[in-house]
Design a protein around this ligand. Structure first.
Ligand code: LRH
Length: 489
C-alpha cells in the first residue's frame, strides 16, 4: 500500500493523547483520537506519575482507533525524558514512578558532582546539568527498599511499551537523557551506573528508533480490539527527539527551538561537543535518530506562562490565553526581565510571586498586571532563545541563518515574533504537532513508507502549515540593551 496509518501515544505535561497519523509519499496527516489529563499525584512519598490511569488512556485511545475501523500498522510511544519505573524479578512495577519535578533530588546533584567531579561526568555523559537527570534521581533513591528489590529499570515510554508487548528495551534517544549513557559510544556506561551504586544489570538492552518492540499482548489486543499481530515500534521515545525529527529544515544554517512546556534550543550535529566551555555553558549532547546529536540547552519554557495561568484561574482571575496575549502585546516593552532558568522557577507553588521575587531581587519593578507578567515571560524567553542559540553557534562553530520553532509554542505569534526580533533571525514557526509527527514518521520509515531524515523533513515542510516571522526593523538596539541589562541583573 502507498499509505499507512500509525498510532502515536504521546504523554505531555498536561495531557496524554493517542493520535493517528496517515503517512504516504506526499501525505502526512494527523487525527487526534483520544485525549486525557496527565496530572501528577501527590503521595506521602512525593510527586508521582499517575501511570496506571495514563496507560488506561493509551489503551482507550487504541480502542477508539480500532472502533473507527482504522487499520493501525503499528503503535509508538513517547513522553518527556528522564523519568523511569522499577520492576521486580516478576516484572511487576515497584511503586509509582516519581515525576521529575519532585523535590527529592534537591541538593543531590551537587553531592554526586562533589564525589565524581563535574568535569569527569560531562566528559563521560555529555549532559547539561539538570537537577532531575535520571542519574541524580537514582542517587536520591540510593538505599531504598524499592531500588534494592529492582531487577530492571525502564524509562516511561519503554515501560508503557513493556505493558503493551511484554518486551523490555531502552530506546536510545531517551536513554541518552539518563546520564548513564557514554556520550561517545552511545552505549550504557557501567562505570557511570556504579558512581551512584546502580547495578548496571538493571539497564535493559538499547533499542534504536525504528526497532521492533514486540506485538500486542493478548489482554491489550482484547481490550483495544486491535489484532494481536499489531506491532509496537520503538520511536524516538524522548518527545524532544521526536520533535526534532519533524523540524522542517531543508537548508543548511538552521537551528531549532522545540517550544512547549520547555524550550529546547540548539543544533543537530554529527558528533558531541564535550569540551570545558560547552560544559560551563551547560549544553547537552542528547542523541537523535540515525546517530545524530541534539546539541541544545533546556530553557524553562512556557511552563512559566502556564503556571501563571493556573494560579490566576485558581484565584478567579481571567486566564484565557488569547486575551492575555493581546494584553501582553500592548504592555510596555522590557519593563521587567527574568532569567527563565533561575532554579526558583522549576516548581514554585505561585509562579506570579516567583516572577515578582526575581524582579525585587534584581531591582526591577514587579509586573503590575497579568498582561505585564505575560510580556515579562515572553520577552525573557525570547532573550533566552537568543542567548542559547548564539552560544550554540560559537561552541559548535556553526553559522545560524534561520530558526525553526516547533511545538505548541509555534502557535504563540507574539513569542515567535519576539524570538525573531531578539535573535535578529527569521523564525519559521511550525509544525505545532512536531512530536506526534516525528513519532509517526519514524514508525512509517520502519515500515517502508519514509526515507532518511532529510526525506522526512522535506515531507513535513511540504505538507504542514508553517508561518514565517521576520525580525522587525530598527529593534536590534533595544534587544541588545535588554540582553545586556539582564546579563548585569
Ligand atoms: C520536554 C522534555 C525535555 C526534558 C524535560 C524533562 O518535554 O522531554 O527534553 O529535558 O522534558
Amino acid at each position: 500500500p502507498s499509505t499507512g496509518v500509525f498510532a502515536a501515544a504521546d504523554l505531555g505535561a498536561t495531557s496524554g493523547r493517542v493520535i493517528a497519523g496517515r503517512v504516504g509519499r506526499d501525505h502526512l496527516e494527523l487525527t487526534e483520537l483520544h485525549r486525557f489529563a496527565n496530572t501528577p499525584v501527590r503521595l506521602p512519598t512525593g510527586l508521582h506519575w499517575n501511570l496506571p490511569g495514563l496507560f488506561q488512556g493509551v489503551l482507550d485511545g487504541l480502542r477508539s482507533a480500532a472502533g473507527s475501523g482504522l487499520r493501525i500498522a503499528s503503535v509508538g510511544v513517547d513522553t518527556w525524558a528522564v523519568d523511569y519505573g522499577l520492576l521486580d524479578a516478576d516484572g511487576a512495577l515497584l511503586g509509582l514512578p516519581h515525576h521529575y519535578r519532585d523535590s527529592r533530588t534537591s541538593g543531590v546533584a551537587e553531592k554526586v558532582r562533589d564525589t565524581v567531579g563535574a568535569q569527569e561526568l560531562y566528559r563521560a555523559n555529555g549532559l547539561q546539568h539538570l537537577p532531575f537527570n535520571t542519574v541524580f534521581q537514582l542517587a536520591a533513591a540510593r538505599g531504598t527498599a524499592q531500588l534494592g528489590a529492582a531487577r530492571a529499570l525502564l524509562l516511561i515510554p519503554d515501560l508503557i511499551t513493556y505493558w503493551l508487548t511484554g518486551s523490555m528495551g531502552a530506546e536510545v534517544t531517551n536513554a541518552s537523557t539518563t546520564g548513564l549513557l557514554d556520550a561517545r559510544t552511545g552505549t550504557w556506561s557501567p562505570e557511570l551506573a556504579r558512581h551512584v551504586d546502580l547495578d548496571p544489570a538493571l539497564l535493559p538492552p538499547l533499542r534504536a528508533p525504528g526497532a521492533d518492540a514486540g506485538r500486542l499482548l493478548p489482554y491489550a489486543a482484547a481490550w483495544t480490539g486491535l489484532p494481536a499481530t499489531t506491532p509496537v515500534t520503538a520511536v524516538a521515545s524522548h518527545d524532544t527527539a521526536s520533535a526534532v525529527v519533524a523540524v522542517p529544515a531543508t537548508e543548511p544554517g538552521s537551528a531549532y527551538i522545540s517550544c512547549g512546556t520547555w524550550s529546547l534550543a540548539g543544533l543537530e550535529l554529527d558528533a558531541p561537543v564535550l569540551g570545558e566551555e560547552s560544559r560551563t555553558a551547560n549544553f547537552t549532547n542528547e542523541r537523535g535518530v540515525d546517530g545524530t546529536v541534539r546539541y541544545l540547552r533546556n530553557i524553562m519554557g512556557l511552563w512559566l506562562l502556564e503556571e501563571c495561568r493556573r494560579v490566576w484561574s485558581e484565584r478567579g482571575l481571567p486566564a484565557a490565553l488569547d486575551a492575555l496575549l493581546d494584553e501582553a502585546a500592548r504592555a510596555r516593552p522590557f519593563a521587567s526581565l527574568v532569567d527563565p532558568d533561575a532554579p526558583e522557577f522549576l516548581a514554585p507553588p505561585d509562579m506570579p510571586a516567583a516572577l515578582a521575587g526575581f524582579c525585587a531581587r534584581t531591582g526591577q519593578p514587579a509586573p503590575d498586571s497579568p498582561g505585564a507578567a505575560v510580556r515579562c515571560v515572553l520577552e525573557s524567553l525570547a532573550l533566552a532563545h537568543r542567548r542559547v542559540l548564539r552560544r550554540a553557534a560559537v561552541l559548535a562553530d556553526r553559522e545560524i541563518t534561520h530558526v525553526h520553532l516547533v511545538g505548541g509554542g509555534s502557535r504563540n505569534a507574539l513569542l515567535c515574533q519576539l524570538t525573531a526580533d531578539a535573535t535578529g533571525l527569521p523564525v519559521i514557526a511550525g509544525p505545532t504537532e512536531a512530536t506526534a509527527l516525528g513519532n509517526v514518521l519514524v514508525q512509517a520509515r520502519a515500515h517502508g513508507l519514509a526515507g532518511d531524515l532529510a526525506d522526512m523533513r522535506s515531507l513535513v515542510a511540504r505538507t504542514q502549515h508553517l508561518r514565517r516571522y521576520v525580525p522587525s526593523t530598527g529593534d536590534a538596539r533595544a534587544w541588545d540593551a535588554a540582553a545586556a541589562r539582564l546579563e548585569a541583573a
